[in-house]
Ligand binder design. Structure first.
Ligand SMILES: *[C@@H]1O[C@H](CO)[C@@H](O)[C@H](O)[C@H]1NC(C)=O
Ligand SMILES: *[C@@H]1O[C@H](CO)[C@@H](O)[C@H](O)[C@H]1NC(C)=O
Ligand SMILES: *[C@@H]1O[C@H](CO)[C@@H](O)[C@H](O)[C@H]1NC(C)=O
Ligand SMILES: *[C@@H]1O[C@H](CO)[C@@H](O)[C@H](O)[C@H]1NC(C)=O
Length: 431
């Protein structure tokens, strides 16, 4: 009589999917936004969904400094498989575009210190019309992915209904676990349920998935980035408690390096994704990436903010009438990140505030602009001005405060000021 109750209690108290993976947001590269379902390898061999594309990107990740920064996943999305399962009912890669097969592709990643992700769909078909993984195929497909030594699985939701999703997403989690291979699990379930309670149960998602898409697919445009940012921060009070080590909200891929964003907008996407503790999956062409985009995507301070071990998702703390918005994320070592974001479309705006206005406690803070690496010391009461470009950001790493000593202060005779050496020097370890 009592045992089921105890098991239930344990299940409820479990805080994250117990596969030991993704204690910080996963990073890597994902094919979809840039390459979609381009299967025309005869006419577009460099860009079609084929093993060659994933090997090219793996070469770039391992040779151009990405892997060392944490970008280790290379993820296949839709349109990789044959239109038919094999004679044993198993999924198989398209023989023309993936002649070596997925296992060989996984080996290719592993010898380079990278990981391979693959894609499937909870319904009868994938969104692109390839064979899905409905309820009766879940165990078999999980075993197939494990045999191929795949490291991550994105489970999309086209051509399935609410009832099937409610069964299928937890069942896949169990099936992946039962393979014995740790496989990161990305669930598109909430995106198909409107992303909000009561339809979406974020406690359950945290127990069964490592990350989940909450909202619409990103497109290669600033409008799309803004729509995503608006939705995530409008709903921040619901989304923030859902996230933590091993379980992440996923606002979708980084489109930096493509065609839709200016440099300022690219800096904004990177900064806001770091505030959101978002997975950092680039979907771009690493073979031809320009140096500006590369510098943004390889910015060590922003990456270390994104990867902060506390894993607390940040929030919007101010929507000023000037159309400057301020975002804040608490970080380990009592540090924090601040983003000043301009929704203006006229000219750089000189936004004046103080850390006290932003509710920082009394003290003297060492502040580093993560894009310029300029460092200054700012007291909580000091008014400062940041110049924020239209659709751009200024992003700061704010070190722990050197506290004003209250006893000295109240004695009144010595009001301490801090010189440079006394300010904690705990900028992120990657720097
Ligand atoms: C499967 O789940 C159990 C219990 O939560 C956990 O201890 C184990 O590490 C998991 N294994 C894999 C491969 O995810
Ligand atoms: C969902 O799909 C299944 C299988 O096609 C079907 O049996 C079931 O009635 C559907 N449920 C709803 C609520 O539409
Ligand atoms: C952070 O601040 C709190 C409260 O001021 C303090 O007790 C704690 O020791 C600090 N932690 C670190 C890692 O500096
Ligand atoms: C600072 O705290 C006050 C009082 O709790 C609150 O009204 C205000 O919105 C906060 N400001 C910011 C920027 O968080």
């Amino acid at each position: 009589m009592f045992q089921p109750l105890i098991i239930l209690a344990l299940a409820v108290s479990a805080s994250a999917l117990n596969n030991g993976l993704m204690k910080t947001p996963p990073m890597g590269w994902l094919a979809w936004e840039r390459y979609r379902c381009d299967i025309d390898c005869d006419n577009d061999p460099k860009n079609c969904i084929s093993e060659k594309l994933f090997m090219d990107m793996a070469d770039r990740l391992s040779e151009d400094g990405w892997r060392e920064l944490g970008y280790t996943y290379i993820n296949i999305d839709d349109c990789w498989s044959s239109k038919d399962r094999d004679k044993d009912g198993r999924l198989q890669a398209d023989p023309k575009r993936f002649p070596s097969g997925i296992k060989k592709l996984a080996d290719y990643m592993h010898v380079r210190g990278l990981k391979l992700g693959i894609y499937g769909d909870m319904g009868t078909y994938t969104c692109g019309g390839y064979p899905g993984t409905p309820l009766d195929k879940i165990t078999l497909d999980a075993q197939t992915f494990a045999e191929w030594e795949v490291d991550m699985f994105k489970y999309d939701g086209c051509y399935s209904n609410d009832t099937e999703q409610a069964q299928g997403y937890p069942l896949m989690s169990k099936a992946l676990n039962a393979t014995g291979r740790p496989i990161g699990y990305s669930c598109s379930w909430p995106a198909y349920q409107g992303g909000l309670p009561p339809k979406v149960d974020y406690d359950l998602l945290g127990d069964i998935c490592n990350l989940w898409r909450n909202y619409d697919d990103i497109q290669d445009s600033w409008d799309s980035v803004l729509a995503i940012v608006d939705w995530f921060f409008k709903n921040q009070d619901i989304l923030i408690p859902a996230a933590g080590p091993g379980k992440w909200n996923d606002p979708d891929m980084l489109i930096i390096g493509n065609f839709g964003l200016s440099m300022d907008q690219s800096r904004s996407q990177m900064a806001l994704w770091a505030i959101m503790a978002a997975p950092l999956f680039m979907s771009n062409d690493l073979r031809t990436l320009n140096s500006g985009a590369r510098a943004i995507l390889q910015n060590k301070m922003i990456i270390s903010i994104n990867q902060d071990p506390l894993g607390i998702q940040g929030k919007r703390i101010l929507q000023d009438k000037s159309h400057i918005e301020v975002f804040w994320r608490p970080l380990s070592n009592n540090a924090s990140a601040l983003v000043f974001f301009s929704r203006r479309t006229d000219m750089p705006y000189r936004f004046k505030t103080s850390l006290a206005t932003l509710n920082y406690t009394v003290g003297s803070y060492k502040v580093t602009d993560v894009y310029t690496y300029e460092t200054t010391t700012v007291k909580d009461s000091t008014e400062f001005v940041v110049s924020v470009n239209p659709t751009g950001v200024v992003m700061w790493y704010v070190s722990a405060p050197a506290k004003v000593n209250s006893r000295l202060f109240f004695r009144g005779s010595h009001i301490r000021t801090f010189d440079h050496e006394e300010v904690p020097n705990n900028i992120p370890s990657l720097l």
